[in-house]
Design a protein around this ligand. Structure first.
Ligand code: SF4
Length: 110
């Protein structure tokens, strides 16, 4: 009985591209914000949200950040992102939008 031709498994070309894109991306596995983006968004996602309601929402998000297992990596990634315009907005690393839009963040103890 003839042996089947050997098959050489090769990664598709996009795998190498994805590896390059993701190189240097912080590992935020286990982040407390996973699945809760609405809490962290800077803009009110519901029409009619008042500034006070948004501020309370942001404080709730910041509380989650303070208990987040990857808080340090998140803050480092935010600070290391070049250019304020390229940084994500909203609550990031325990900072509320009031602090994230003023350039370099204050490094407060949490
Ligand atoms: S510290 Fe960063 S990763 Fe953790 S919950 Fe806050 S925004 Fe998400």
């Amino acid at each position: 009985m003839a042996r089947p031709p050997s098959v050489r498994l090769v990664d598709p070309p996009w795998i190498e591209f994805a590896k390059r894109v993701l190189a240097g991306t912080p590992n935020l596995s286990g982040a407390a914000c996973i699945g809760r983006h609405g809490l962290f968004d800077e803009q009110a996602h519901e029409d009619g949200e008042t500034a006070e309601t948004a501020a309370r929402r942001h404080q709730e998000a910041a509380e989650l950040c303070r208990r987040c297992p990857v808080l340090g990596a998140c803050r480092t990634a935010w600070v290391d992102t070049p250019g304020v315009r390229h940084r994500p907005s909203g609550v990031i690393g325990g900072r509320t939008p009031a602090t994230t839009t003023r350039g370099r963040p204050r490094m407060e103890a949490s």
